[in-house]
Design a binder for this molecule. Structure first.
Ligand code: AMP
Ligand code: ZN
Ligand code: FE
Ligand code: FE
Length: 275
């Protein structure tokens, strides 16, 4: 099989700009033959992507990027090749979605009590198909003229130490690894270069993660070599991709640029005894 492999992308089912079909179409245009859609805490884009993939002869690998928390740090865990119909996985994602909704409502109520007439429905419009969060609240505040800048919404109101902040329900990295494993998939620590130090990484390896993301726009050559070394020492899978979102992020040049070899997909399948 020829063509490029990208194992990390987002659609409008989380914070990406494109629909699954648009993403698959673009993947074909940039020469990708194996694509995984890894929306944040959401797998609703997978059926549409699988349908679209048939039209282009592309292989779509079911994926997800679970948000977990270790101490004060956000650890993103990528999951691949799981059963999208797995009940525990679906229930967890549904629970997280509901929790986010309730939390966003709470934040808006706090803002309302601070003389900010923000309508929750407008926030939901900004969220679209994606799980509602603070970026949507900030965007809605900006649109409604309640703040003069996007960053100001965080600085003065909804940032981690702001007066309208509400904490989010958290799952641990161990939970994330277990949920993915129980659904028959492999787990890979996303972009460790962002925040995951050596100690955290060894903790995650002991927690049973199957691999680490090596190729990512946030990793330079030296960092990639470093993670390849760790992967080879601990017999881990070497993941990678563009983390493409599209839209305002303007990261179109990354799509088709940050790719991995077909061997990685084969290695993932071997671990799961898939032909
Ligand atoms: P949530 O998951 O709803 O807590 O939102 C987290 C997201 O909000 C992060 O991924 C950032 O995109 C954004 N965010 C958090 N803090 C700030 C900040 N101080 N300034 C701008 N964006 C922020
Ligand atoms: Zn994202
Ligand atoms: Fe991430
Ligand atoms: Fe991502």
């Amino acid at each position: 099989m020829t063509g490029k492999v990208d194992l990390h992308t987002h659609t409008y089912y989380s914070d990406g700009a494109l629909s699954p079909r648009e993403l698959v179409t673009r993947a074909h245009e940039v020469g990708i033959s194996i694509l995984s859609i890894t929306d944040h805490d959401n797998i609703d884009g997978i059926p549409e992507a699988l349908e679209a993939a048939k039209d282009f002869g592309i292989e779509v690998i079911p994926g997800v990027e679970l948000s977990s928390t270790l101490g004060t740090k956000d650890i993103h865990v990528l999951g691949y090749m799981f059963d999208p119909d797995n009940t525990q996985l679906r229930d967890t994602l549904e629970f997280l979605r509901k929790e986010r909704f309730i939390r966003a409502e709470r934040i808006v109520r706090k803002l309302n009590s601070m003389d900010m007439p923000l309508d929750f429905d407008i926030v939901l419009e900004h969220a679209g198909h994606g799980a509602v969060g603070r970026p949507h609240i900030a965007a809605a505040m900006l649109d409604e003229g309640l703040t003069s800048e996007y960053a100001e919404a965080f600085d003065q109101y909804i940032g981690d130490s702001g007066p309208a902040f509400e904490p989010k329900y958290k799952i641990s990295p161990e939970d994330a690894v277990e949920i993915i494993a129980n659904a028959g998939g492999v787990s890979i620590v996303a972009h460790p270069g962002w925040y995951v130090g050596e100690q955290d990484l060894s903790y995650l390896i002991r927690a049973g993660v199957d691999g680490i993301e090596v190729v990512h726009p946030a990793h330079d050559e030296a960092r990639q070599r470093y993670y390849r070394g760790i992967a080879s020492t601990y017999f881990l899978l070497e993941g990678g991709g563009s983390d493409f979102h599209g839209g305002k992020r303007n990261d179109y040049q990354n799509f088709g640029t940050y790719t991995v070899s077909h061997d990685i997909v084969r290695a993932m399948k071997r671990r799961l005894f898939i032909q």
